[in-house]
Design a protein around this ligand. Structure first.
Ligand SMILES: Cc1cc2nc3c(=O)[nH]c(=O)nc-3n(C[C@H](O)[C@H](O)[C@H](O)COP(=O)(O)OP(=O)(O)OC[C@H]3O[C@@H](n4cnc5c(N)ncnc54)[C@H](O)[C@@H]3O)c2cc1C
Length: 511
């Protein structure tokens, strides 16, 4: 890659015609932004970040619903290379996390590489030119390397409920919140009881006239140890960054201990289950409601949620938990399978995201003219969650089997950044124009994931979850300690790649 700086100091909204870059990155959440920063830290400037939104931040730009906050402590849920001594709370809220990402982008001067309003509609490998041809809503760009950091929780999954399209009131997905809509005094339906719902419900319950929470499966909920970070602690973090690093390390280790129960010895999850059950018993007095809120699967099978105010909110006189299942939506009501009709003014869809069939996979076409989605039709296969055979010079961030429920995604993202940067370094050092992983490496990796997933709480815990695809395979979660993933991605596994040297170099044609 060259290092001539020809981009504007701030983000642009249009790609100049005929633009060619070394690397095109799709998305500017933690992953895309992280890569941009690491590239800049290495003195690289020949790259562009294509972002469909109007700002960086990804998840934290899009999820503006009331109560939105992280559920991994901010000291851990942040970049290791950009610690923030000023987190206001143990678990910071969406505005602070979004501000952190924006500030970090500015501090590391990567906004000049961002093109906002640039939704990637099509990316095709051009085998003759050995480049990716990327079409976006802000113009076209040709890139030697394409990195997809389009997010696994970025595209809302909308439920297929009869009559939903006929609803006359407001319908909003949790990740597309309409802040202009006033819920005061309304009858509100929240569909879903996952991580977003349990933050939304307590935030809106005091404001609305009536709140119906439509629950398919109750989550396990444990107490949330959230408090303001004392000014003295902030001062200490500023003066002694090593102290914050130590706290981060301790948080990481504590969370990693959960993997022993989730992936190795399920019985070790029992104390966690007891904590959650005691939390429920303490907060919900009504027997019937308590029964409805008691999960029948092993804790950890679905994401363990943290909240101190969810149970009190659903126990409030203006709230109810509806378990009967939705039969249909009418213009002004929701009817459940038991025939009860509930007048409804607003529907909140806390129904999660398109995780196992990501839209971006339909837009990336490889060497054989097939899209990633077509290749993945029988399940998502990759080498180390980062590369796919038949898709040369393509790297994925937060691709299949990179997800974690127990710790910070940023740790996994930073592991993948090491890998991608080493791949780019390898291409430069060996003067390669093309680098492509092998089907054999992919098959071996698939085997590794399958073996490590066997017996884990996600497969054997007795629940259905978005972690598992329609074939019953774990295609989303990393099923082991995250430090093992870090080890696996520390360097490019060069032996699992075929490289094609630049035309005219002496070694052209060598593998
Ligand atoms: C409400 C919520 C709370 C969460 N809390 C936590 C937490 O506490 N701890 C944790 O570890 N994880 C949490 N997560 C998971 C979170 O998604 C990851 O931690 C992390 O933010 C993912 O970063 P990313 O860059 O991979 O994806 P994203 O942040 O989703 O960014 C992807 C970006 O790609 C852009 N994009 C997508 N498609 C295109 C396209 N075709 N063209 C151009 N741009 C495109 C999107 O607009 C977006 O900006 C949470 C997720 C949600 C939804």
């Amino acid at each position: 890659m060259t290092s001539t700086l020809s981009t504007p100091a701030t983000a642009s909204t249009q790609l100049s015609p005929g633009r060619e870059v070394g690397v095109a990155v799709i998305g500017s959440g933690f992953a895309g932004l992280g890569l941009a920063i690491r590239l800049r830290q290495q003195g690289q400037t020949d790259f562009v970040v294509l972002e469909r939104g109007d700002d960086v931040g990804g998840t934290w730009r899009d999820n503006t619903y009331p109560g939105a906050a992280c559920d991994v402590q901010s000291n851990l849920y942040s970049f290791s290379f950009a610690p923030n001594a000023d987190w206001p709370r143990t678990y910071s809220a969406q505005p602070e996390i979004q501000a952190y990402l924006r500030d970090t982008a500015e501090r590391f001067d990567v906004l000049r590489h961002c093109v906002f309003g640039a939704e990637v509609t099509d990316a095709r490998w051009d085998d003759a030119a050995r480049r990716w041809r990327v079409r976006t809503t802000a113009g076209e760009v040709s890139a030697r390397v394409l990195v997809s950091a389009a997010g696994s929780l970025a595209d809302p999954a909308l439920p297929d409920i009869p009559g939903l399209a006929t609803f006359a009131g407001e319908v909003m997905h949790s990740a597309r919140w309409n802040g202009d809509h006033d819920l005061t005094g309304e009858q509100v339906a929240v569909i879903g009881t996952g991580a977003s719902a349990i933050q939304i419900v307590p935030a809106i319950q005091p404001q609305v006239a009536g709140l119906a929470v439509y629950q398919r499966t109750p989550p396990w909920v444990v107490p949330r140890g959230d408090r303001p970070v004392k000014p003295s602690a902030r001062r200490m973090y500023r003066r002694f960054p090593a102290a914050q690093k130590a706290v981060r390390g301790a948080l990481y280790a504590g969370r990693e201990a959960l993997v022993v129960g989730m992936a190795k010895q399920r019985r070790l999850l029992k104390p966690v289950g007891r904590t959650a059950k005691a939390h429920l018993d303490r907060q919900v007095r009504d027997r019937q409601l308590r029964a409805a809120l008691t999960p029948d699967y092993t804790i950890g099978c679905k994401r363990i949620l943290i909240s101190n105010d969810y149970y009190p909110a659903v126990s409030a006189p203006n709230a109810e938990v509806v378990t009967a299942g939705i039969a249909e939506v009418r213009p002004h009501s929701i009817v459940t399978r038991d025939g009860v009709e509930r007048p409804t003014d607003t529907i909140v869809l806390a129904t999660g995201f398109a995780v196992t069939d990501p839209p971006i996979a339909h837009r990336i076409t490889g060497r054989e003219g097939r899209t990633l989605a077509e290749v993945w039709n029988e399940g998502m296969v990759t080498n180390r969650g980062c590369a796919v055979a038949g898709f040369p010079n393509l790297f994925l961030l937060v691709g299949p089997n990179v997800g974690v429920g127990h710790t910070s995604m940023v740790y996994m993202i930073e592991s993948q950044l090491n890998y991608v940067l080493d791949a780019l370094r390898t291409m430069a050092d060996e003067q390669l124009e093309v680098l492509e992983t092998t089907p054999q490496a992919q098959a071996a990796y698939r085997q590794l994931i399958a073996e490590r997933s066997t017996g884990t709480v996600w497969l054997a815990g007795g629940c259905g979850s978005w972690y598992i695809d329609r074939h019953g395979h774990n295609t989303t979660l990393w099923p082991d300690f995250t430090f093992r993933f870090r080890r696996l991605t520390r360097r490019l596994d060069r032996e699992n790649y075929v490289g094609t040297p630049a035309r005219g170099t002496r070694s052209e044609g060598a593998a």
